[in-house]
Design a protein around this ligand. Structure first.
Ligand code: NAD
Length: 255
């Protein structure tokens, strides 16, 4: 990244988002961490200088999305990079899938990215530079059993990204989706623990026999691998890379 940029990252208190925030901070960005929870690494960044802020937000609330963008603009003057990363999982067969969970998933994982993109675009257009990165999943491309809400939201993000790429292109704004397979984060650790209990096998067995069954490399992905992809997509070298899905999946979707 050639200039100091301001990056707004949702769901950055934990897992992949936390790694992205710390990576972009190390690369010189001003970093706004938007999450329901306060990140435990905040002190280590804030101590250095005034380049980081935590803003408490519930992304299911449209008003929170609007005030997040307003607060960030007021404090830092621009939003150059938007990373729509926050998400959560719910596992249930379609006929048992709670309607309230479906609605909440679409609000947090599809409507909030739409609203935040809508609110940051005018500033990006005015400055003639921007990066929008949406955290998809292998479930942006293929389905697995019992994850209808997550899969619908993640597929929807691909359409939102392509629309953003077309409308932002003339203003040098790029938009991309990153599609990881299983990344070692609290979201996945919880799913491994739940399956170990329901299948009556160890967490290690769930990891190798269930979660990595379709992975060519047979390895869990580390958050830093995804953060490195974000960093590249934010760089000036990636200015022509837009409207695309970037798998970080150990070959999962190659078959
Ligand atoms: P995580 O649970 O570690 O972190 C998710 C963060 O989102 C948390 O800090 C949580 O507080 C925040 N969040 C959730 N709902 C929110 C809301 N309503 N308002 C504000 N913040 C909210 O999860 P992770 O594994 O780091 O996942 C991050 C993203 O990566 C998600 O979109 C997820 O779908 C995607 N993803 C994860 C994996 C994986 O294997 N971990 C794979 C593919 C895609």
């Amino acid at each position: 990244m050639s200039l100091p940029r301001t990056a707004l990252i949702t769901g950055a208190a934990s897992g992949i988002g936390a790694e992205i925030a710390q990576t972009l901070f190390r690369e010189g960005c001003h970093v706004v961490i938007a999450d329901r929870n306060e990140p435990d690494y905040l002190a280590s960044l804030s101590a250095e200088d005034q380049r980081t802020r935590f803003i408490s937000i519930d992304l299911s609330q449209a008003a929170d999305c609007q005030s997040l963008v307003e607060q960030t603009m007021k404090e830092f003057g621009s939003i150059d990079i938007l990373v729509n990363n926050a998400g959560f999982q719910h596992v249930a067969p379609l006929e048992d899938f709670p309607e309230s969970v479906w609605e909440n998933m679409l609000q947090v994982m599809l409507t909030a990215p739409f609203l935040l993109t809508k609110y940051v675009l005018p500033g990006m257009k005015q400055q003639g530079w921007g990066r929008v990165i949406n955290m998809g999943s292998i479930h942006s491309q293929v389905a697995s059993l019992n994850k209808a809400g997550y899969i619908a939201a993640k597929h929807g993000l691909v359409g939102l990204t392509k629309s953003t790429a077309l409308e932002g292109g003339p203003f040098q704004i790029t938009a991309n989706v990153i599609c990881p397979a299983y990344v070692r984060t609290p979201l996945v650790e919880q799913q491994i623990a739940a399956q170990a209990e329901s299948l009556g096998i160890s967490a290690e067995q769930v990891e190798s026999q269930v979660f990595l069954k379709a992975s060519a490399t047979g390895k869990m992905i580390e958050p830093a691998e995804v953060a490195a992809m974000v960093s590249y997509l934010c760089s000036d070298q990636a200015k022509s890379i837009t409207g695309a899905c970037w798998t970080v999946d150990g070959g999962w979707t190659a078959q």
